[in-house]
Design a protein around this ligand. Structure first.
Ligand code: NAD
Length: 472
């Protein structure tokens, strides 16, 4: 893959900063036009994007159109349509005596941002943050992942044909390029990837007090209440797990199910797997491949070290194919439970009962997503009250991501900050407060000016304290 010369990076940053300072990205009509251009770029080149992403990770065209290109087209146009209302200054409600000051909250752009994206959904994870940056009126550099080089090169070729290069640039490269970018000062860093690198990003951001969004991953559990339809729970879980061959930040990572129902769930997974992939998941063109030999070797190592029983799949081929594999009787200290799996493995961890499952989730890092199959309203509320996670989906894993209007983000180890439509706009904006105090307010100001007297003390502090009610 081509890389952007490291010596160019400060100049690129300075160009964007100058554009921001000159007000290029401020006018809302200009931002809308850039958003529509981004939608055109995605739509007009959808075949090329699908081919590039297929070359990088073997992602089926259906998944690319549905979860990447289509998402960018939709979110760009939806953001352009909503922008007037998002960007509108809001006059806040105040006590009567302050109303004449017109106390207002302005949504102001943060400045020049850098967006650092991973390889697994290379398009949506580079361009969805960009949509928010454009909408908010920021300039931005996009650094796509070097592990999806065909996509990255295509983006670098197409973006300048559609967007204003004085405001938006693609930087190609890997660790050396990001390292140099991170030495420079930015007004926001939007990072999507793993927690180890997130710590490097945060340490670099701290030097400049730069705000950071961290979209990370983790082990997203699935809890199955056995009174739910087991066949449907298995089918939906398997579908979510198979997306991008499990290389999906919110993929179901492991299943917690009362041990009495473990075998029934496994039997149902086998039925669904045979339906989805009649010729086997490794030979199907309806599933992605593993991104790189290194990632393949990591997964192979998990497979080699597990002490649990393989009950479905378990085969690998070459350095890019691994079958969807289900593991039975997985214990909490098994190799499969060490970290995020990020591949087509589904460990089943048997528990005594649902309370045991909840306790298991509570004893671990907060995941990006929590999935629960149940129709029991009390149990749903209990799980919402007693656990933490970036998002929750009851009865259909990953569908929380299908609702663009919901915030998407993690908590604790799964990250902080949110995105999607207005949430991404808010991420790249800051709330600027203003008042405009009329000259006519001056008679009311007399008491605030020194020297302080007993009368001024009374006037200034008389209303400061309240009768605090016992309860509300
Ligand atoms: P990756 O290896 O592509 O890295 C992500 C970015 O970090 C790349 O642009 C890369 O150039 C940069 N990078 C790599 N090493 C670096 C270093 N030492 N210093 C500075 N920058 C560096 O992707 P990844 O991290 O393997 O992505 C997978 C992880 O991302 C998983 O944990 C997954 O859960 C998470 N993820 C989260 C989301 C989300 O939205 N929450 C989405 C997708 C992936």
């Amino acid at each position: 893959m081509r890389t952007t010369p490291i010596s160019d990076l400060p100049t690129i940053r300075d160009t964007l900063r100058a554009s921001f300072k000159a007000g290029l990205t401020r006018p809302v009509p200009w931002r809308k036009q850039q958003l529509l251009q981004l939608a055109r770029m995605a739509q007009e080149n959808r075949e090329a994007f699908a081919e590039a992403i297929a070359m990088d990770i073997g992602k089926p065209k259906t998944e690319v159109f549905f979860a990447e290109v289509g998402t960018i087209v939709q979110r760009s146009v939806m953001s352009a349509r909503a922008l007037d209302s998002w960007a509108k200054p809001v006059v806040v409600n105040t006590p009567d005596w302050q109303k004449a000051w017109q106390p207002t909250v302005h949504k102001a752009p943060k400045g020049t941002a850098v967006i650092i994206a991973p390889w697994n959904y290379p398009m949506v994870l580079s361009l969805s943050p960009l949509i928010g940056a454009i909408a908010a009126g920021c300039c931005a550099i996009i650094k796509p992942s070097e592990l999806a080089p065909h996509f990255a090169e295509l983006l670098a070729e197409l973006l300048p044909k559609y967007l204003d290069t004085a405001a938006y640039r693609v930087v190609l490269g890997g660790v050396p390029e990001v390292t140099r970018l991170l030495e420079l000062q930015w007004d926001h860093i939007f990072y999507t990837g793993n927690g180890r690198i997130a710590r490097i990003i945060c340490a670099a951001a701290a030097k400049h007090l730069t705000p950071v969004t961290l979209e990370l991953g983790g082990k997203s559990p699935v809890i199955v209440d056995p009174s739910f339809d087991i066949a449907l729970a298995a089918k939906r879980t398997l579908w979510a797990k198979a997306q991008n061959c499990g290389q999906f930040c919110a993929a179901p990572d492991y299943v917690l199910i009362p041990r009495t129902h473990q075998d029934a769930f496994i039997a149902a997974l086998k039925v669904s797997c045979a339906e989805f992939f009649p010729q086997g998941s490794m030979n199907s063109d309806s599933i992605s491949r593993i991104i790189s030999p290194t990632h393949h070797a990591r997964l192979f190592d998990l497979l080699r070290r597990t002490k649990s029983q393989v009950v479905l799949g378990g085969h690998t081929e070459g350095d890019s194919k691994i079958e969807i594999t289900v593991f039975k009787d997985v214990s909490a200290d098994d190799s499969l439970m060490e970290g995020e799996i990020f591949g087509p493995f589904l460990p089943i961890v048997p528990v005594d009962d649902i309370q045991d499952a909840i306790d298991f989730v509570r004893s671990r890092d907060h995941p990006l997503a929590l999935y629960v199959f149940t129709e029991n309203a009390e149990l749903k509320q209990q799980i919402l009250d007693e656990t933490m996670s970036g998002g929750v989906a009851f009865n259909d894993p990953a569908q929380q991501l299908g609702v663009d209007e919901l915030p998407f983000g993690g908590v604790g180890e799964s990250g902080h900050g949110t995105q999607n439509l207005k949430y991404t706009f808010d991420t790249f904006s800051y709330e600027r407060a203003s008042v405009d105090v009329p000259k006519e307010a001056e008679p009311f100001n007399a008491a605030r000016y020194p020297p302080y007297t007993a009368e001024k003390f009374k006037a200034m502090t008389g209303a400061a304290f309240l009768e605090i009610p016992e309860s509300l």
